[in-house]
Design a protein around this ligand. Structure first.
Ligand code: GLN
Length: 192
């Protein structure tokens, strides 16, 4: 099982470590479209979605990644990565990959709450609540019929899945809890 982490900007190393800890056989960084060869899954990390989007265009990665997603390769977007996946962005008339049937709002937890941690219940994650780190996080305002809501915080959707696409508002790579990465690796196994 070979997993790529988009490595243009943002929390890349942390995702690599979490994926390794969660049991991925091979984890590689993706900077050029050649790096997408042979991947069984792709993680889109947090950072700044506009910056990552610009770099994706510059390095000609937007279409190849979109095509991979359309062909069924599992993808996991966290925070800015979730914004990259989204089909619609509130107040913005352009999208990045635009492959997940969700409407997201950026920086949606207000100034005083720009960064915070909380315990969440996440569907599909057994046991203890999941400690979630939010950093200027987006939330999901609307989901399409094919999208399953996995977690909410204060009535806002903060994690969701649409078949082979997984998205979270928070940063699962910033804690030692790798259950969400394991969940993603299970999704990858299901599609192989
Ligand atoms: N931690 C993050 O990934 C923040 C996301 C960032 N606020 C954006 O809109 O892209």
């Amino acid at each position: 099982m070979k997993i790529g982490v988009l490595a243009l900007q943002g929390a890349v190393i942390e995702h690599i470590k979490s994926l390794q800890q969660a049991g991925a056989d091979e984890v590689v960084t993706v900077k050029r479209k050649e790096d997408l060869q042979g991947l069984d899954g792709l993680v889109l990390p947090g950072g700044e979605s506009t910056t990552i989007g610009k770099l994706m265009n510059q390095y000609d990665l937007m279409n190849p990644i979109r095509e991979m997603a359309q062909a069924g390769t599992p993808m996991f977007g966290t925070c800015a990565g979730l914004i990259l996946l989204a089909g619609r962005i509130h107040g913005q008339d352009w999208v990045h990959l635009g492959i997940m049937d969700i409407l997201v709002d950026r920086n949606s937890f207000g100034r005083q709450r720009e960064s915070f941690e909380t315990d969440l219940k996440v569907k599909g994650i057994e046991g203890e609540p999941y400690r979630a780190v939010f950093i200027r996080a987006p939330h999901i305002m609307e989901v399409g019929d094919q999208v399953e809501v996995l977690s909410t915080y204060q009535d806002r959707i903060v994690a969701a899945r649409q078949g082979h696409l997984l998205g979270a508002s928070f940063h699962p790579e910033l804690t030692d809890d790798v259950r969400l990465h394991q969940y993603f690796l299970d999704m990858v196994r299901e599609t192989r």
